[in-house]
Ligand binder design. Sequence first.
Ligand code: 13P
Length: 267
Amino acid sequence: PRQFFVGGNFKLNPTSRAQMQALVKVLNDADLDLNTEIVISPPSIYLIPLKEIVRKEIKVAAQNCYYNDNGAFTGEIRCTPTSIQDDNSPLTHPNSAGQLADAGIPYVILGHSERRTLFHETSEEVAQKTKAAIAAGLSVILCVGETLQERESGATTKVVSEQLDAVVKAIKEEDWAKVVIAYEPVWAIGTGKVATSAQAQETHLAIREYLTKAVSPKVAEDTRIIYGGSVNAGNCKELSLQPDVDGFLVGGASLKPEFVDIINAKK
Ligand code: 13P
């Protein structure tokens, strides 16, 4: 059985540390379903301060990282923040997931549609980043999804498969244990237009069938496929009942108290 997974992608929010602390307080005080894996992803400048105040059951994720670990790459983000390096640095033990988890940043979101669209990331770059993140011991929330035009022209499965193809080529079969796939139709992100549960289930199943062929039946069975795009407290229950929907990646609603209800969708 796949553990249900709920991620909060704060994007470039909140706009102040005080707002972030208020958000964390709501989560720290809430009665959360701890059978669900819970991950929150603040802007990079808040990763360490947030990690220090959030309850230990909630994991923290970066929203991006670069595929080179150091060098002349102004403005890029390494897989592990410099400030948490010490003698046990995960960088000197590149395959030690345990040590990275200990450092508090076990996950990174990669390939979000906003990165692909606004910052022109290609599927090949996303694949390189995925490979580098896994080599550094991170787990990856790998985002894929089609535009409205692509859906209307019947290209959804093709588009999503092509986005995944690049990653299939870049990583090994065992690496998939470190990947959560987030299916986020672009037309549903920040629009209030959530996919119907039938639409989500259909594409999640198509992704699983793709993984069966492109990687292995075991990886297809074990990999969590979560849905993102206008998830809220009102629609999460029905989506969560679909057999191939293993959780959510939540944008706007993760900044509101209703995020607790989404985390508890399976409760
Ligand atoms: P919204 O929940 O705001 O639609 O955003 C979804 C998303 O992009 C999560 O990564």
